[in-house]
Design a protein around this ligand. Structure first.
Ligand code: ATP
Length: 420
């Protein structure tokens, strides 16, 4: 048995004073309402690991929405409520608190959303994904800081293992497969032996999960510090093909993700860049299926489709001695994630340099004369204006002209040539 631990001190040491005060106050208000309030889930895990986590999840044995309204009065915060699930969110500038009513869940069909009923904290912890996420801390006066760990989460944290609570966990909700891999790789833990066997047994259950829920899991992975570790592990265990059978979580992908981070630093790479690299080996047709399986939003679908379209132009882009305007013509209109993905993926240093030139200089080169200016100078028809503007832009790109005066000279020359 692990030593009994009281979290009051840990909370005080690791969370900002305002949040600590809020939890005290919330515990007292819940108490006066005859309700029991707990801090639960990821934040408890992270408190024990000594890691910062300002997303607080509170569970109340009572009524979450009514309690949240009462708390909002006492501490000015923005509130959002969902009456269907009896949950509420309180939001300040720097942090937020999710408040839910303790509930039990039952799964009528694998992968479907569960039927929920108000219940006790014990039942609420029993519906969770992994032991390390199934701990709670009491917040009521008299219980403040007392841990509740019915599934041995603390032992598993010490042993660095990810363990499901029961045999049907992945069947009930196969998104837990992705969640398990994500925690394993983030925390540098390992899947407990039986959990690993169950996970591999239930990989096919991922087919019961809707595109929206799978996409959410993928988005969570892409926000991790090292998403490539999760995808590599998923490939090793045969989970990755469930996103698309042709995806490869190999050394190539790992190296490209690392390069993407180095290139974008200090910002993390955009989701579209990571996804384009992950899916780089797919054909256009395969990409279409990948996009619809994940029900990707338009902007991400555009990144992926552009990536494949551009891949087909890489050979041309590697031609020695290309003019800047030639590079511009090839690359104009593609998303920056698709351009960056191709720059990182191509074997050709020349093609990569050309993309770099486009992204850092060419794409922002504009002409100074407007359509109105050209009209004023005597260019009259629409098609002529368009043609001259393109000519000026090309000359700018190729460095033949560099000022408004230069542009005016070119236009005058054109008009004179036309008149003579
Ligand atoms: P993270 O650090 O990635 O935010 P978290 O543990 O806070 O992790 P959330 O996705 O915010 O994770 O979920 C909060 C809690 O809800 C989890 O700790 C877990 O107890 C529970 N939970 C979330 N998703 C599931 C699921 N699919 N099945 C069971 N329990 C879940």
């Amino acid at each position: 048995m692990p030593k009994r631990i009281n979290f009051a001190k840990i909370i005080e040491k690791q969370l900002p004073a305002e949040l600590v005060n809020f939890m005290w106050m919330a515990g007292e208000i819940a108490h006066t309402r005859g309700e029991k309030l707990y801090l639960v889930g990821g934040v408890v895990r992270d408190l024990l690991l000594g890691q910062a986590n300002l997303d607080l999840d509170l569970v109340v044995e009572g009524n979450a929405i009514e309690l949240a309204r009462r708390l909002k009065k006492a501490d000015q915060a923005k509130i959002t409520t969902h009456s269907r699930f009896n949950t509420a969110k309180l939001q300040w500038d720097d942090w937020s608190v999710d408040l839910t009513t303790a509930r039990t869940e039952s799964y009528e069909k694998p992968g479907a959303l569960p039927t929920v009923q108000p219940s006790s904290i014990e039942d609420d912890l029993a519906r969770r994904d992994f032991t390390i996420n199934a701990m709670a801390i009491g917040l009521n006066p008299g219980y403040y800081g007392q841990p509740l760990d019915p599934h041995g989460g603390r032992d598993d944290l010490k042993a660095k293992v990810i363990r499901v609570l029961h045999e049907k966990s992945f069947t009930d909700d196969a998104t837990r497969i992705w969640r398990g891999l994500r925690y394993e790789q983030r925390l540098d833990f390992h899947l407990e032996r039986k959990t690993l066997t169950l996970l591999q047994r239930d990989i096919a259950m991922l087919d019961t999960i809707s595109g929206d829920r799978i996409r959410y899991e993928v988005e969570c992975i892409l926000k991790e510090k090292y998403p490539e570790k999760v995808f590599r592990r998923a490939a090793e265990l045969g989970v990755l093909p469930k996103l698309h059978p042709a995806l490869k979580g190999d050394d190539w992908m790992v190296a490209r993700f690392e390069q993407a981070r180095a290139t974008c630093s200090p910002e993390p790479p955009e989701a579209g860049l990571y996804l384009s690299l992950l899916a780089y080996s797919l054909t256009a047709e395969e990409m279409g299926r990948f996009i619809s399986r994940l029900r990707l939003p338009k902007s991400l679908a555009q990144d992926l489709n552009d990536t494949i379209a551009l891949k087909g132009k890489m050979r041309l882009l590697a031609t020695p001695g290309m003019s800047p305007s030639g590079i511009y013509r090839l690359l104009d209109g593609y998303t920056s994630s698709a351009l960056m993905a191709n720059s990182l993926a191509t074997e050709s240093p020349a093609a990569s340099q050309n993309i770099h030139l486009y992204l850092t200089r060419l794409k922002d080169i504009k002409i100074e004369l407007s359509g109105k200016d050209l009209k004023r100078m005597g260019v009259d028809s629409g098609p002529d204006i368009k043609e001259i503007m393109e000519l000026l832009h090309k000359a700018r790109l190729d460095g033949k002209i560099s000022s408004k005066e230069d542009e005016e000279e070119v236009v005058k020359g054109r008009l004179e040539a036309k008149q003579s």
